[in-house]
Design a protein around this ligand. Sequence first.
Ligand code: DQQ
Length: 545
Amino acid sequence: GEVKQLHRTAYHFQPPQHWINDPNGPMYFNGLYHLFYQYNPKGSVWGNIVWAHSISKDLINWEALPHAIFPSKPFDVNGTWSGSVTILPGNRPVILYTGLDNDKRQIQNYAVPANVSDPYLREWLKPDDNPLVLPGSDMNASQFRDPTTAWWHGGHWRMLVGGKRKHRGMAWLYRSNDFKHWVKAKHALHSASKTGMWECPDFFPVSLHGKNGLDTSKVGEDVKHVFKVSLDETRYEYYTVGKYDPEGDIYLPDNTSVDGRDGLRLDYGNFYASKTFFDPSKNRRILWGWANESDTADDDTAKGWAGIQAIPREVWLSPDGKQVLQWPVAELETLRGQKVDLKSIQNMIPGKLVEVKGITAAQADVDVTFSLASLDKAEEFDPNWEKLDAESVCALKRSHVQGGVGPFGLATLASQNLEEFTPVFFRVFKTKDNKHKVLMCSDAKGSTLRPFDIKQYRPSFAGYVDVDLAAEKKISLRSLIDHSVVESFAAGGKTCILSRVYPTLAVNDAAHLFVFNNGTEPVSVQTLSAWSMSPPKLMNQNLNF
Ligand code: DQQ
Protein backbone atom coordinates (compact mmCIF):
# COMPACT_ATOMS: atom_id res chain seq x y z
CA GLY A 1 0.00 0.00 0.00
CA GLU A 2 0.96 3.65 -0.34
CA VAL A 3 1.69 4.42 3.28
CA LYS A 4 3.96 1.44 3.47
CA GLN A 5 6.04 2.75 0.60
CA LEU A 6 6.47 6.26 1.98
CA HIS A 7 10.15 5.83 2.74
CA ARG A 8 11.17 3.60 -0.13
CA THR A 9 14.03 5.06 -2.08
CA ALA A 10 13.64 5.93 -5.75
CA TYR A 11 17.18 5.81 -7.08
CA HIS A 12 19.17 3.97 -4.44
CA PHE A 13 19.51 0.26 -5.09
CA GLN A 14 16.94 -1.85 -3.30
CA PRO A 15 14.88 -4.90 -4.25
CA PRO A 16 11.07 -4.73 -4.17
CA GLN A 17 10.85 -6.22 -0.72
CA HIS A 18 12.61 -7.93 2.18
CA TRP A 19 15.95 -7.53 3.90
CA ILE A 20 19.27 -6.74 2.23
CA ASN A 21 22.74 -6.23 3.63
CA ASP A 22 26.32 -6.35 2.33
CA PRO A 23 27.17 -5.79 -1.32
CA ASN A 24 28.99 -8.91 -2.53
CA GLY A 25 31.33 -9.64 -5.41
CA PRO A 26 30.78 -6.50 -7.46
CA MET A 27 32.47 -6.70 -10.84
CA TYR A 28 32.56 -5.48 -14.40
CA PHE A 29 32.53 -8.40 -16.81
CA ASN A 30 32.03 -8.46 -20.59
CA GLY A 31 30.26 -5.12 -20.72
CA LEU A 32 28.04 -5.55 -17.67
CA TYR A 33 28.25 -4.63 -14.03
CA HIS A 34 27.24 -7.34 -11.60
CA LEU A 35 26.07 -6.68 -8.09
CA PHE A 36 25.42 -9.52 -5.70
CA TYR A 37 24.17 -8.78 -2.21
CA GLN A 38 23.17 -10.49 1.01
CA TYR A 39 19.42 -10.99 0.89
CA ASN A 40 16.69 -12.63 2.97
CA PRO A 41 14.09 -13.99 0.51
CA LYS A 42 11.66 -14.58 3.36
CA GLY A 43 11.43 -11.39 5.37
CA SER A 44 12.61 -7.95 6.34
CA VAL A 45 14.96 -8.95 9.14
CA TRP A 46 18.38 -10.58 8.73
CA GLY A 47 18.22 -14.36 8.08
CA ASN A 48 18.06 -17.10 5.41
CA ILE A 49 20.83 -15.28 3.58
CA VAL A 50 21.40 -15.86 -0.14
CA TRP A 51 23.43 -14.01 -2.76
CA ALA A 52 20.87 -12.09 -4.78
CA HIS A 53 22.11 -10.97 -8.18
CA SER A 54 21.47 -7.99 -10.45
CA ILE A 55 23.16 -6.71 -13.57
CA SER A 56 23.46 -3.29 -15.12
CA LYS A 57 25.06 -1.54 -18.07
CA ASP A 58 25.56 1.66 -16.14
CA LEU A 59 25.42 1.02 -12.35
CA ILE A 60 22.07 2.86 -12.27
CA ASN A 61 19.44 0.85 -14.17
CA TRP A 62 19.23 -2.76 -13.04
CA GLU A 63 17.86 -6.10 -14.06
CA ALA A 64 17.27 -8.72 -11.38
CA LEU A 65 18.43 -12.29 -11.97
CA PRO A 66 17.85 -15.53 -10.06
CA HIS A 67 19.79 -15.88 -6.82
CA ALA A 68 23.37 -16.78 -7.62
CA ILE A 69 24.33 -18.59 -4.42
CA PHE A 70 22.16 -20.13 -1.71
CA PRO A 71 22.70 -22.82 0.92
CA SER A 72 22.61 -26.26 -0.70
CA LYS A 73 25.80 -28.16 0.09
CA PRO A 74 27.39 -29.52 3.24
CA PHE A 75 29.96 -26.75 3.01
CA ASP A 76 27.38 -23.94 3.01
CA VAL A 77 24.19 -25.48 4.35
CA ASN A 78 24.03 -23.05 7.27
CA GLY A 79 24.79 -19.88 5.37
CA THR A 80 26.13 -18.22 2.25
CA TRP A 81 27.75 -15.10 3.58
CA SER A 82 29.81 -12.30 2.12
CA GLY A 83 32.62 -12.51 -0.38
CA SER A 84 34.21 -11.17 -3.52
CA VAL A 85 34.93 -11.84 -7.15
CA THR A 86 38.33 -12.29 -8.75
CA ILE A 87 38.65 -12.45 -12.54
CA LEU A 88 41.26 -15.07 -13.37
CA PRO A 89 43.43 -14.98 -16.52
CA GLY A 90 41.40 -16.05 -19.52
CA ASN A 91 38.51 -13.85 -18.33
CA ARG A 92 37.18 -16.40 -15.84
CA PRO A 93 35.34 -14.91 -12.86
CA VAL A 94 35.44 -16.80 -9.57
CA ILE A 95 33.45 -16.01 -6.46
CA LEU A 96 35.02 -16.55 -3.06
CA TYR A 97 32.44 -16.54 -0.28
CA THR A 98 32.00 -17.67 3.31
CA GLY A 99 29.92 -20.77 3.86
CA LEU A 100 28.64 -21.97 7.19
CA ASP A 101 29.05 -25.72 7.18
CA ASN A 102 27.25 -28.52 9.02
CA ASP A 103 29.06 -27.55 12.21
CA LYS A 104 28.41 -23.86 11.64
CA ARG A 105 32.07 -23.31 11.09
CA GLN A 106 32.86 -20.36 8.84
CA ILE A 107 34.80 -21.67 5.85
CA GLN A 108 35.83 -20.17 2.53
CA ASN A 109 34.30 -21.58 -0.64
CA TYR A 110 34.34 -20.81 -4.33
CA ALA A 111 31.77 -20.74 -7.08
CA VAL A 112 32.13 -20.45 -10.84
CA PRO A 113 29.71 -19.56 -13.65
CA ALA A 114 27.89 -22.63 -14.97
CA ASN A 115 28.25 -21.17 -18.44
CA VAL A 116 30.80 -18.42 -18.85
CA SER A 117 29.42 -17.55 -22.28
CA ASP A 118 26.03 -16.64 -20.78
CA PRO A 119 26.34 -12.85 -20.90
CA TYR A 120 24.41 -12.55 -17.63
CA LEU A 121 26.24 -15.31 -15.73
CA ARG A 122 22.90 -16.40 -14.36
CA GLU A 123 23.85 -19.70 -12.85
CA TRP A 124 26.74 -20.39 -10.49
CA LEU A 125 28.21 -23.77 -9.57
CA LYS A 126 29.80 -24.68 -6.29
CA PRO A 127 32.22 -27.50 -7.13
CA ASP A 128 32.53 -30.47 -4.82
CA ASP A 129 36.16 -29.83 -4.00
CA ASN A 130 34.96 -27.03 -1.71
CA PRO A 131 35.82 -25.70 0.81
CA LEU A 132 39.05 -24.01 -0.16
CA VAL A 133 39.97 -22.81 3.28
CA LEU A 134 39.11 -24.07 6.76
CA PRO A 135 39.83 -22.15 9.95
CA GLY A 136 42.98 -23.41 11.63
CA SER A 137 42.57 -25.39 14.85
CA ASP A 138 43.96 -22.40 16.76
CA MET A 139 41.48 -20.01 15.15
CA ASN A 140 37.99 -18.94 16.11
CA ALA A 141 35.75 -20.75 13.61
CA SER A 142 32.82 -18.42 14.21
CA GLN A 143 34.91 -15.34 13.47
CA PHE A 144 36.47 -16.16 10.13
CA ARG A 145 34.82 -14.71 7.06
CA ASP A 146 34.45 -12.37 4.09
CA PRO A 147 37.24 -13.26 1.64
CA THR A 148 38.55 -10.38 -0.47
CA THR A 149 39.21 -10.11 -4.16
CA ALA A 150 42.53 -11.88 -4.67
CA TRP A 151 45.62 -10.23 -6.14
CA TRP A 152 48.50 -11.80 -8.03
CA HIS A 153 52.21 -11.22 -7.52
CA GLY A 154 55.34 -13.24 -8.07
CA GLY A 155 53.63 -16.49 -8.92
CA HIS A 156 51.03 -16.45 -6.15
CA TRP A 157 47.51 -15.29 -5.55
CA ARG A 158 46.81 -13.69 -2.21
CA MET A 159 43.54 -13.09 -0.45
CA LEU A 160 42.46 -11.86 2.95
CA VAL A 161 39.90 -13.30 5.32
CA GLY A 162 38.57 -11.23 8.24
CA GLY A 163 38.85 -12.57 11.76
CA LYS A 164 39.67 -11.99 15.36
CA ARG A 165 42.11 -13.35 17.91
CA LYS A 166 41.11 -12.59 21.47
CA HIS A 167 40.10 -8.97 21.03
CA ARG A 168 42.44 -8.29 18.15
CA GLY A 169 41.03 -7.69 14.68
CA MET A 170 42.82 -9.83 12.10
CA ALA A 171 43.20 -9.81 8.32
CA TRP A 172 44.44 -13.35 7.74
CA LEU A 173 46.51 -13.74 4.59
CA TYR A 174 46.33 -16.80 2.32
CA ARG A 175 48.41 -17.67 -0.74
CA SER A 176 47.84 -19.99 -3.66
CA ASN A 177 49.47 -20.61 -7.01
CA ASP A 178 46.43 -22.27 -8.61
CA PHE A 179 43.48 -20.62 -6.80
CA LYS A 180 42.58 -24.06 -5.41
CA HIS A 181 45.17 -24.84 -2.79
CA TRP A 182 45.46 -22.05 -0.29
CA VAL A 183 48.05 -21.83 2.46
CA LYS A 184 47.86 -19.47 5.40
CA ALA A 185 50.79 -17.08 5.55
CA LYS A 186 52.78 -17.05 8.75
CA HIS A 187 51.94 -13.40 9.33
CA ALA A 188 48.56 -11.77 8.94
CA LEU A 189 48.64 -8.91 6.45
CA HIS A 190 47.40 -6.58 9.15
CA SER A 191 45.84 -6.65 12.62
CA ALA A 192 45.08 -4.21 15.40
CA SER A 193 44.47 -4.66 19.09
CA LYS A 194 41.15 -3.89 20.76
CA THR A 195 39.21 -3.57 17.54
CA GLY A 196 37.26 -6.84 17.72
CA MET A 197 36.10 -8.86 14.74
CA TRP A 198 37.19 -7.47 11.37
CA GLU A 199 34.38 -8.03 8.90
CA CYS A 200 34.57 -7.38 5.18
CA PRO A 201 38.23 -6.43 4.79
CA ASP A 202 39.05 -4.65 1.55
CA PHE A 203 42.58 -4.06 0.27
CA PHE A 204 43.35 -2.15 -2.92
CA PRO A 205 45.97 -0.04 -4.66
CA VAL A 206 45.44 3.65 -5.39
CA SER A 207 47.48 5.76 -7.78
CA LEU A 208 49.71 8.50 -6.41
CA HIS A 209 48.84 10.55 -9.47
CA GLY A 210 45.30 11.34 -10.41
CA LYS A 211 41.91 9.72 -10.23
CA ASN A 212 42.42 6.58 -12.29
CA GLY A 213 41.65 3.34 -10.53
CA LEU A 214 44.02 0.39 -10.60
CA ASP A 215 43.71 -3.32 -11.03
CA THR A 216 43.78 -5.01 -7.62
CA SER A 217 47.13 -6.67 -8.43
CA LYS A 218 48.92 -3.40 -9.23
CA VAL A 219 51.97 -2.70 -7.06
CA GLY A 220 54.95 -0.37 -7.45
CA GLU A 221 56.48 2.96 -6.58
CA ASP A 222 53.61 4.98 -7.95
CA VAL A 223 50.91 3.43 -5.78
CA LYS A 224 49.78 3.34 -2.21
CA HIS A 225 47.38 0.84 -0.71
CA VAL A 226 44.17 1.29 1.21
CA PHE A 227 43.17 -1.20 3.88
CA LYS A 228 39.57 -1.06 5.11
CA VAL A 229 37.69 -3.10 7.69
CA SER A 230 34.19 -3.14 9.13
CA LEU A 231 34.14 -3.33 12.92
CA ASP A 232 31.46 -5.72 14.06
CA GLU A 233 31.34 -4.32 17.60
CA THR A 234 30.83 -0.68 16.69
CA ARG A 235 29.19 -1.17 13.30
CA TYR A 236 31.43 1.34 11.61
CA GLU A 237 34.28 1.05 9.16
CA TYR A 238 37.70 2.60 9.16
CA TYR A 239 40.63 2.54 6.78
CA THR A 240 44.30 3.30 6.66
CA VAL A 241 46.44 4.43 3.75
CA GLY A 242 49.85 2.81 3.59
CA LYS A 243 52.60 1.10 1.72
CA TYR A 244 52.41 -2.54 0.68
CA ASP A 245 55.52 -4.56 -0.03
CA PRO A 246 54.45 -7.58 -2.09
CA GLU A 247 57.75 -9.40 -1.62
CA GLY A 248 57.39 -9.74 2.12
CA ASP A 249 53.60 -9.26 2.09
CA ILE A 250 53.99 -6.44 4.54
CA TYR A 251 51.48 -3.63 4.79
CA LEU A 252 52.55 -0.59 6.75
CA PRO A 253 50.03 2.19 7.34
CA ASP A 254 51.45 5.71 6.91
CA ASN A 255 51.96 7.72 10.08
CA THR A 256 49.13 10.00 8.91
CA SER A 257 46.53 7.27 9.38
CA VAL A 258 45.76 5.17 12.43
CA ASP A 259 43.93 1.95 13.23
CA GLY A 260 40.91 1.81 15.47
CA ARG A 261 38.31 4.27 16.59
CA ASP A 262 40.30 7.34 15.56
CA GLY A 263 40.81 5.95 12.08
CA LEU A 264 39.68 7.53 8.83
CA ARG A 265 36.18 6.63 7.75
CA LEU A 266 34.90 6.15 4.22
CA ASP A 267 31.63 7.47 5.58
CA TYR A 268 30.83 8.93 8.98
CA GLY A 269 27.22 7.82 8.81
CA ASN A 270 25.24 4.70 8.13
CA PHE A 271 27.54 2.82 5.77
CA TYR A 272 28.89 -0.68 6.35
CA ALA A 273 30.37 -3.84 4.82
CA SER A 274 31.63 -1.84 1.88
CA LYS A 275 33.66 -3.26 -0.96
CA THR A 276 35.49 -1.88 -3.99
CA PHE A 277 36.19 -3.27 -7.45
CA PHE A 278 38.21 -2.13 -10.44
CA ASP A 279 36.23 -1.13 -13.50
CA PRO A 280 38.59 -1.57 -16.46
CA SER A 281 36.06 -0.11 -18.90
CA LYS A 282 36.41 3.33 -17.32
CA ASN A 283 39.68 2.90 -15.45
CA ARG A 284 38.18 3.64 -12.09
CA ARG A 285 37.72 1.96 -8.74
CA ILE A 286 34.18 1.83 -7.47
CA LEU A 287 32.98 1.51 -3.90
CA TRP A 288 29.68 -0.03 -2.85
CA GLY A 289 28.41 0.13 0.73
CA TRP A 290 25.31 -1.01 2.57
CA ALA A 291 23.10 1.47 4.41
CA ASN A 292 21.02 -0.28 7.02
CA GLU A 293 17.71 1.08 8.27
CA SER A 294 17.78 3.12 11.45
CA ASP A 295 14.15 2.53 12.38
CA THR A 296 13.04 -0.50 14.41
CA ALA A 297 12.65 -4.12 13.30
CA ASP A 298 8.90 -3.66 13.80
CA ASP A 299 8.96 -0.71 11.42
CA ASP A 300 10.85 -2.84 8.90
CA THR A 301 8.32 -5.64 9.19
CA ALA A 302 5.54 -3.12 8.67
CA LYS A 303 7.17 -1.64 5.58
CA GLY A 304 8.15 -5.04 4.26
CA TRP A 305 11.73 -4.13 3.43
CA ALA A 306 14.99 -3.14 5.05
CA GLY A 307 18.34 -1.93 3.75
CA ILE A 308 19.58 -0.14 0.66
CA GLN A 309 22.89 0.14 -1.12
CA ALA A 310 24.55 3.53 -1.13
CA ILE A 311 25.09 5.11 -4.55
CA PRO A 312 28.25 3.54 -6.03
CA ARG A 313 31.15 5.91 -5.54
CA GLU A 314 34.32 6.41 -7.47
CA VAL A 315 37.25 6.31 -5.06
CA TRP A 316 40.82 7.57 -5.47
CA LEU A 317 43.73 8.94 -3.43
CA SER A 318 43.63 12.62 -2.52
CA PRO A 319 46.55 14.63 -3.93
CA ASP A 320 48.10 14.97 -0.46
CA GLY A 321 48.13 11.17 -0.16
CA LYS A 322 46.54 11.21 3.28
CA GLN A 323 43.02 10.01 2.56
CA VAL A 324 40.75 8.86 -0.23
CA LEU A 325 38.25 10.99 -2.06
CA GLN A 326 34.85 9.69 -3.13
CA TRP A 327 32.30 10.88 -5.62
CA PRO A 328 29.02 9.39 -6.89
CA VAL A 329 29.62 7.67 -10.24
CA ALA A 330 29.01 10.05 -13.15
CA GLU A 331 26.26 7.77 -14.50
CA LEU A 332 24.01 8.94 -11.67
CA GLU A 333 23.71 12.24 -13.50
CA THR A 334 21.68 10.54 -16.24
CA LEU A 335 18.80 10.54 -13.74
CA ARG A 336 18.90 14.31 -13.35
CA GLY A 337 15.71 15.96 -14.60
CA GLN A 338 14.27 19.37 -13.80
CA LYS A 339 17.06 21.71 -12.72
CA VAL A 340 17.11 24.92 -10.71
CA ASP A 341 20.05 27.23 -10.16
CA LEU A 342 20.28 29.70 -7.33
CA LYS A 343 22.72 32.33 -8.44
CA SER A 344 24.77 33.90 -5.68
CA ILE A 345 22.86 34.52 -2.49
CA GLN A 346 24.93 37.19 -0.78
CA ASN A 347 25.72 37.36 2.89
CA MET A 348 23.14 35.24 4.64
CA ILE A 349 22.79 36.54 8.19
CA PRO A 350 22.22 34.26 11.21
CA GLY A 351 18.81 32.64 11.08
CA LYS A 352 18.55 33.14 7.31
CA LEU A 353 16.77 30.44 5.34
CA VAL A 354 16.37 30.37 1.56
CA GLU A 355 14.14 27.78 -0.02
CA VAL A 356 15.28 25.93 -3.15
CA LYS A 357 12.01 25.70 -5.07
CA GLY A 358 11.07 24.00 -8.31
CA ILE A 359 12.45 20.51 -7.79
CA THR A 360 11.16 17.36 -6.09
CA ALA A 361 12.93 17.96 -2.80
CA ALA A 362 12.32 14.40 -1.55
CA GLN A 363 14.12 12.99 -4.59
CA ALA A 364 16.92 15.30 -5.56
CA ASP A 365 20.59 15.86 -6.20
CA VAL A 366 21.95 19.18 -4.93
CA ASP A 367 25.38 20.67 -5.32
CA VAL A 368 26.22 23.91 -3.52
CA THR A 369 29.31 26.00 -2.86
CA PHE A 370 29.38 28.29 0.15
CA SER A 371 31.84 31.15 0.51
CA LEU A 372 32.94 33.16 3.53
CA ALA A 373 34.98 36.31 3.81
CA SER A 374 36.74 35.47 7.03
CA LEU A 375 37.10 32.90 9.80
CA ASP A 376 37.75 35.47 12.52
CA LYS A 377 34.45 34.73 14.22
CA ALA A 378 35.10 30.99 14.48
CA GLU A 379 34.16 29.55 17.88
CA GLU A 380 36.83 28.21 20.18
CA PHE A 381 37.34 24.48 20.01
CA ASP A 382 37.08 23.31 23.60
CA PRO A 383 40.25 21.26 24.29
CA ASN A 384 38.09 18.70 26.10
CA TRP A 385 36.50 17.89 22.76
CA GLU A 386 39.79 16.45 21.54
CA LYS A 387 38.75 13.33 23.44
CA LEU A 388 35.33 13.24 21.81
CA ASP A 389 34.53 11.96 18.37
CA ALA A 390 33.07 14.34 15.80
CA GLU A 391 29.60 12.91 16.34
CA SER A 392 29.61 13.89 20.02
CA VAL A 393 30.71 17.42 19.18
CA CYS A 394 27.92 17.69 16.62
CA ALA A 395 25.43 16.46 19.22
CA LEU A 396 26.52 19.38 21.46
CA LYS A 397 26.44 21.89 18.62
CA ARG A 398 23.43 21.11 16.52
CA SER A 399 22.15 23.33 13.73
CA HIS A 400 19.92 25.47 15.96
CA VAL A 401 22.87 26.41 18.17
CA GLN A 402 24.04 29.73 16.78
CA GLY A 403 27.76 29.91 16.09
CA GLY A 404 30.43 32.20 14.70
CA VAL A 405 31.40 30.64 11.40
CA GLY A 406 28.52 28.30 10.78
CA PRO A 407 26.47 26.30 11.23
CA PHE A 408 25.62 26.78 7.57
CA GLY A 409 24.45 24.22 5.04
CA LEU A 410 21.36 22.50 3.67
CA ALA A 411 18.14 21.68 5.47
CA THR A 412 17.06 18.54 3.61
CA LEU A 413 13.78 16.61 3.85
CA ALA A 414 12.28 19.61 5.62
CA SER A 415 8.63 20.20 6.35
CA GLN A 416 7.37 23.66 5.37
CA ASN A 417 7.69 25.07 8.85
CA LEU A 418 10.72 23.02 9.82
CA GLU A 419 8.93 20.79 12.27
CA GLU A 420 11.12 18.13 10.71
CA PHE A 421 14.37 18.41 8.81
CA THR A 422 17.74 16.76 8.37
CA PRO A 423 20.40 19.45 8.30
CA VAL A 424 23.70 18.78 6.57
CA PHE A 425 26.05 21.54 7.59
CA PHE A 426 29.44 22.89 8.50
CA ARG A 427 30.71 24.60 11.62
CA VAL A 428 34.19 26.04 11.87
CA PHE A 429 36.20 26.06 15.09
CA LYS A 430 39.42 27.76 16.07
CA THR A 431 41.84 25.68 18.09
CA LYS A 432 44.28 26.94 20.73
CA ASP A 433 47.14 26.89 18.23
CA ASN A 434 45.12 29.11 15.89
CA LYS A 435 44.26 26.40 13.42
CA HIS A 436 40.79 25.73 12.16
CA LYS A 437 38.73 22.61 12.39
CA VAL A 438 35.84 22.19 9.99
CA LEU A 439 33.09 19.95 11.31
CA MET A 440 30.56 18.43 8.92
CA CYS A 441 27.30 17.15 10.43
CA SER A 442 24.35 15.22 9.09
CA ASP A 443 21.95 15.38 11.97
CA ALA A 444 19.00 12.98 12.10
CA LYS A 445 17.82 14.09 15.57
CA GLY A 446 15.12 16.42 14.27
CA SER A 447 14.39 14.43 11.14
CA THR A 448 11.01 13.08 12.21
CA LEU A 449 8.12 13.81 14.52
CA ARG A 450 7.77 10.12 15.27
CA PRO A 451 8.01 9.65 19.02
CA PHE A 452 11.48 8.47 19.91
CA ASP A 453 11.81 4.77 20.50
CA ILE A 454 14.96 3.53 22.17
CA LYS A 455 15.40 0.98 19.38
CA GLN A 456 15.59 3.72 16.81
CA TYR A 457 18.76 5.39 15.84
CA ARG A 458 18.84 9.13 15.20
CA PRO A 459 22.47 10.11 15.46
CA SER A 460 24.06 13.48 14.83
CA PHE A 461 26.56 11.92 12.44
CA ALA A 462 29.68 13.98 11.89
CA GLY A 463 33.24 14.01 10.64
CA TYR A 464 35.96 16.63 10.23
CA VAL A 465 36.83 17.93 6.79
CA ASP A 466 40.53 18.31 6.05
CA VAL A 467 40.41 21.66 4.23
CA ASP A 468 42.25 24.94 4.67
CA LEU A 469 39.17 27.12 4.75
CA ALA A 470 41.18 30.17 5.82
CA ALA A 471 42.97 30.01 2.46
CA GLU A 472 40.21 28.64 0.24
CA LYS A 473 37.37 30.68 1.73
CA LYS A 474 34.79 28.34 0.24
CA ILE A 475 33.52 24.81 0.66
CA SER A 476 31.27 22.61 -1.45
CA LEU A 477 28.56 20.20 -0.43
CA ARG A 478 26.67 17.69 -2.54
CA SER A 479 23.68 15.84 -1.13
CA LEU A 480 21.75 13.00 -2.69
CA ILE A 481 18.30 13.10 -1.16
CA ASP A 482 16.06 10.09 -1.68
CA HIS A 483 13.01 9.87 0.64
CA SER A 484 14.68 8.09 3.58
CA VAL A 485 18.32 8.71 2.77
CA VAL A 486 20.51 11.77 2.65
CA GLU A 487 23.96 10.93 1.29
CA SER A 488 26.38 13.83 1.39
CA PHE A 489 29.85 14.64 0.08
CA ALA A 490 31.82 17.58 1.42
CA ALA A 491 34.72 19.36 -0.28
CA GLY A 492 34.75 17.19 -3.38
CA GLY A 493 34.44 13.92 -1.47
CA LYS A 494 36.84 14.43 1.43
CA THR A 495 34.21 13.69 4.06
CA CYS A 496 31.05 11.70 3.35
CA ILE A 497 28.03 11.06 5.54
CA LEU A 498 24.98 8.94 4.85
CA SER A 499 21.93 9.32 7.10
CA ARG A 500 18.73 7.27 7.11
CA VAL A 501 15.68 9.25 8.21
CA TYR A 502 11.91 8.73 8.33
CA PRO A 503 10.02 12.00 8.12
CA THR A 504 6.28 12.07 8.65
CA LEU A 505 5.46 15.50 7.17
CA ALA A 506 8.41 16.06 4.85
CA VAL A 507 7.41 13.32 2.45
CA ASN A 508 7.02 13.29 -1.31
CA ASP A 509 5.64 16.63 -2.55
CA ALA A 510 5.48 18.00 0.99
CA ALA A 511 9.25 17.84 1.37
CA HIS A 512 11.27 21.04 1.06
CA LEU A 513 14.90 21.99 0.67
CA PHE A 514 16.52 25.08 2.18
CA VAL A 515 19.96 26.59 2.48
CA PHE A 516 20.66 28.20 5.82
CA ASN A 517 23.16 30.07 7.89
CA ASN A 518 23.04 30.22 11.65
CA GLY A 519 26.42 31.78 12.36
CA THR A 520 27.26 35.46 12.90
CA GLU A 521 29.75 35.50 10.03
CA PRO A 522 27.73 36.15 6.87
CA VAL A 523 27.84 33.24 4.44
CA SER A 524 27.18 33.43 0.71
CA VAL A 525 25.99 30.79 -1.68
CA GLN A 526 28.34 31.09 -4.62
CA THR A 527 26.56 28.55 -6.77
CA LEU A 528 23.77 26.10 -6.15
CA SER A 529 22.33 23.64 -8.63
CA ALA A 530 19.61 21.19 -7.73
CA TRP A 531 17.93 18.55 -9.82
CA SER A 532 14.82 16.46 -9.50
CA MET A 533 15.91 12.85 -9.86
CA SER A 534 14.05 10.37 -12.05
CA PRO A 535 13.71 6.77 -10.99
CA PRO A 536 15.99 4.32 -12.81
CA LYS A 537 14.65 1.48 -14.92
CA LEU A 538 14.39 -1.75 -13.00
CA MET A 539 13.66 -4.98 -14.84
CA ASN A 540 12.45 -8.39 -13.74
CA GLN A 541 11.99 -7.12 -10.24
CA ASN A 542 9.61 -9.94 -9.40
CA LEU A 543 11.57 -12.73 -10.98
CA ASN A 544 12.69 -14.39 -7.82
CA PHE A 545 11.39 -12.34 -4.97
N1 DQQ B 1 27.39 -9.75 6.96
C1 DQQ B 1 27.60 -11.07 6.44
C2 DQQ B 1 28.91 -11.50 6.99
C3 DQQ B 1 29.61 -10.22 7.26
C4 DQQ B 1 28.51 -9.35 7.77
C5 DQQ B 1 26.46 -11.95 6.83
C6 DQQ B 1 28.82 -7.89 7.66
O1 DQQ B 1 29.62 -12.32 6.06
O2 DQQ B 1 30.67 -10.38 8.16
O3 DQQ B 1 25.27 -11.51 6.26
O4 DQQ B 1 27.67 -7.11 7.62
